[in-house]
Design a protein around this ligand. Structure first.
Ligand SMILES: Cc1cc2nc3c(=O)[nH]c(=O)nc-3n(C[C@H](O)[C@H](O)[C@H](O)COP(=O)(O)OP(=O)(O)OC[C@H]3O[C@@H](n4cnc5c(N)ncnc54)[C@H](O)[C@@H]3O)c2cc1C
Length: 534
């Protein structure tokens, strides 16, 4: 098949990330600086004076809606079913308790000062709206290390179930692909997208890109092959006094191909939202939601937190031409409130079960939303990954059910840290999360041992959360890859009179706090338009 310019760039992006694409484009001299993404949102001041809004749910989306509406003069109340704010943005610390449906409550027993993000864990640098609120609220961010080449990858089809450092699989694959491509351009007769001296530049770039070694054979033109000459794929003997490093031999191409580690794991940091840099709030992701909670109200004493009615479980929404009435249970008592407008951020699987007078097509869009199951396991442990494997942050990958092990991006060299000992989505999560907590922990220990020798002994005080088992979530997030998502979200994003939907669930950033914030801004803009028109 002829190699096209686009095909080559896509290959470069997968293997070498943005850097390799930049190099390739720079060679062709058509790199334009991308426009900077920026965020800044504000409703017109005082446009909501005298108007009331009931906000359903105190996750990131509900909190963002309340903050923006309050600044614009609206009087808000937030009804939150749980006794805490933040929704899925849940950070677990010593003494915290949570409970899945049909499972005993789990109380977190980590050492003081340790924390684990049970929901969101990272903020991509392109999520400018989330970052903008962090800036405004003084939420300190630190790098979240998504990928370290020292991380491990385990494949049940790699050798006999082998674990290797990511660098070994990644750079060996990159080297082999560069070698193959170089042979193709050398042979001629191909419909190359570049000609003349650019072909030479392409060759030079491939030598650099793939760490190719020149092979001189008497009587023949030199060729280039991948031999891990520089040691980027791994070092057998480190440099010492008067002794150079001795690189390991590269992994064989067929071994990498059979392992399937390229189908997801080792190339994951090339995906748009996983590219360096990612960030996380210092001390836990819930510090982002807490940033909203502590903001002072614009026109009276108190904070956004003071607008929340905790333990208020919404049961019924009635939308009339002049108001929205919301019924909720509060400590066993049935209550109602009426407001001029309503924003619901209640997760769709929960929302779909509420009683409402919303039109049938709207309710079927809510009921038809496909939810992705998601689950995590968390551990406390002495930092064996630093001591034994030189791992300082990042994620190790496995073809086993646990899928991933995350290492902390902070607290290096301190005695203990927390590990995310499993992070599953979709079918894996469904099968895993249906098991009792103790069984999940047992499996996570056993599968972790295949990545780190001694793992089973080191990890302790485990917790497991399956988000579809949580009463007020019933899922990880709405699946924006589902074929029906686009049509459904269009319906759900349409205001129903005075009723507006928000939450990450109506955006193509579902499963991201950026989506939760964008949806909140969208809903409050819709309310403000209606309020000013009236
Ligand atoms: C495992 C996992 C990993 C994730 N990773 C990331 C990540 O790395 N980065 C990232 O940015 N995002 C990530 N996300 C997504 C992120 O958590 C969400 O996008 C965001 O938290 C959604 O906020 P929300 O306000 O829209 O919804 P939610 O946080 O779900 O808030 C909804 C609120 O409604 C309340 N509620 C429910 N029912 C009722 C009722 N009947 N009455 C009253 N209140 C009710 C709930 O208690 C909850 O507080 C992850 C999510 C999960 C589950």
């Amino acid at each position: 098949m002829p190699m096209t310019r686009r095909g080559l760039l896509e290959g470069m992006a997968k293997l070498g990330g943005a850097g390799a694409v930049y190099e390739t484009l720079a060679v062709w001299e058509f790199l334009q600086a991308p426009p900077a993404l920026a965020a800044s949102f504000e409703l017109p001041a005082a446009s909501g004076t005298g108007k009331t809004v009931a906000i359903l749910g105190a996750g990131v989306s509900g909190l963002c809606a309340a903050y923006e509406l309050d600044r614009a003069g609206y009087d808000c109340v937030i009804l939150e079913a749980q006794r805490r704010a933040g929704g899925r943005s849940l950070t677990l610390r010593r003494g915290d308790t949570f409970q899945e449906m049909n499972q005993p409550a789990q109380t977190v027993d980590f050492d003081e000062g340790l924390w684990l993000n049970a929901g969101p864990g990272r903020i991509p640098h392109s999520h400018v709206n989330v970052i903008d609120y962090c800036r405004r609220f003084g939420v300190a961010l630190q790098p979240f290390i998504f990928a370290s080449r020292a991380n491990l990858v385990h494949s049940n089809t790699l050798g006999n179930g082998r674990t290797v450092p990511v660098r070994e699989a990644f750079y060996s694959l990159q080297g082999h692909v560069a070698e193959l491509l170089d042979k193709c351009i050398d042979r001629g007769g191909l419909d190359l997208p570049v000609t003349g001296t650019d072909v030479e530049k392409l060759h030079d770039m491939l030598v650099q890109f793939g760490d190719l070694t020149k092979v001189d054979t008497p009587g023949k033109a030199p060729s280039w092959s991948y031999q891990n000459q520089s040691g980027r794929a791994g070092i057998a003997t480190p440099a010492g006094v008067a002794t150079p490093i001795k690189p390991i031999g590269p992994m064989k191409l067929e071994e990498i191909l059979r392992s399937r580690v390229w189908s997801d794991w080792i190339l994951r940091d090339a995906d748009a939202y996983w590219q360096t840099s990612l960030m996380e709030p210092v001390g836990g992701m819930d510090n982002f939601a807490k940033g909203f909670l502590r903001q002072p109200l614009a026109r009276r004493a108190g904070t956004i937190d003071g607008l929340i009615r905790y333990g208020a479980k919404v049961t019924n929404i009635d939308v009339a031409s002049d108001k929205v009435t919301v019924a909720f249970e509060d400590g066993g008592s049935a209550r109602t409130i009426a407001a001029d407008y309503c924003v619901s951020t209640i997760p769709l699987p929960v929302f779909a079960k509420l009683k409402t007078n919303l039109p049938a097509p709207y309710l079927s869009a809510a009921a038809n939303a496909q939810t992705t199951a998601a689950g995590k396991v968390g551990w406390q442990a002495e930092r064996f990954w630093e001591r034994d494997a030189n791992i300082y942050g990042g994620i190790s990958w496995t073809t086993d059910t646990i899928d991933q092990i995350w290492y902390p991006s902070s607290g290096y060299l301190s005695p203990k840290g927390t590990l995310t000992g499993a992070y599953m989505r979709g079918r894996n999560a469904i099968e895993f999360n249906v098991k009792p907590v103790a069984e999940r922990l047992r499996i996570a220990r056993e599968q972790g041992e295949r990545l780190h020798l001694g793992y089973e002994r080191y990890v302790e005080r485990g917790v497991a959360i399956g988000w579809e088992n949580m009463e007020f979530q019933l899922g990880g997030w709405v699946n924006e890859d589902a074929a029906t998502f686009g049509d459904n979200s269009k319906v759900l994003a349409e205001p129903q009179g005075r009723f507006h939907m928000a939450g990450d669930q109506i955006t193509f950033l579902s499963g991201w706090q950026e989506g939760a914030v964008l949806a909140a801004q969208y809903a409050v803009t819709g309310i403000d338009r209606q309020a000013r028109a009236r």
